[in-house]
Design a protein around this ligand. Sequence first.
Ligand code: CTP
Length: 211
Amino acid sequence: MRILITAGPTREPLDAIRLLTNRSSGQLGIAVASEAIKRGHDTTLLLGRGTHSPPSTIEACCRRFDSTNDLQSLLDETFPAADLLIMAAAVADFIPEQAPAGTKMSRHDGPVQLTLHPAPDLVATIANRKRPEQTVVGFALEPGATLIDRAIAKLSKKGLDAIVANPLDTMESSHITARLIWANGQIDTAADDLTKEAFATWLLDRLAPGL
Ligand code: CTP
């Protein structure tokens, strides 16, 4: 199977030296890519600059991105050849209006107001134009109390085939407690508090069974 995985944070420039980013480490997507390679899948990992470094075993299948725009270009290039997209990247919700190229905000300019524009929804765009035989799986990171309801709403709004619902404290943790929710309403529940490596195995057993 040709599996495309995205992982890690996007980084949006605020000026020539500052960035707007998030706490995603990229660890889960790296674990899924490692497991997919181990199983013999034709694997591509699109990886942001998170805190977790990829092992040398996945370097050959790994392409790096910085901004949402970079990730969009890489998805446009690689998704057409994929059977399955696992969209674990923590993509920006807002993109700063950028200062003119080569400039830097100075503390001496006084209070600074940032203008943030909504980012394009990459996975929704892809799901909207996918071929029927392609599978698109998203992630929803939400507070525990509203996790399942919010994940189901995102699954349907974005037109995904399935979504992994995991609580906010998954971020920067080495463990995960998650559910896989399918578009037909089926919910698969993984054991609580799995390592991200064990969860990657569980997830691929469901998304790409047989290898
Ligand atoms: N996602 C995306 N493009 C964005 C933001 C998110 O493709 N600009 C994808 C993520 O990779 C993930 C899924 O959408 O697979 C859900 O991301 P999440 O941030 O939880 O949802 P949002 O659509 O950003 O909704 P909200 O801002 O309400 O949380």
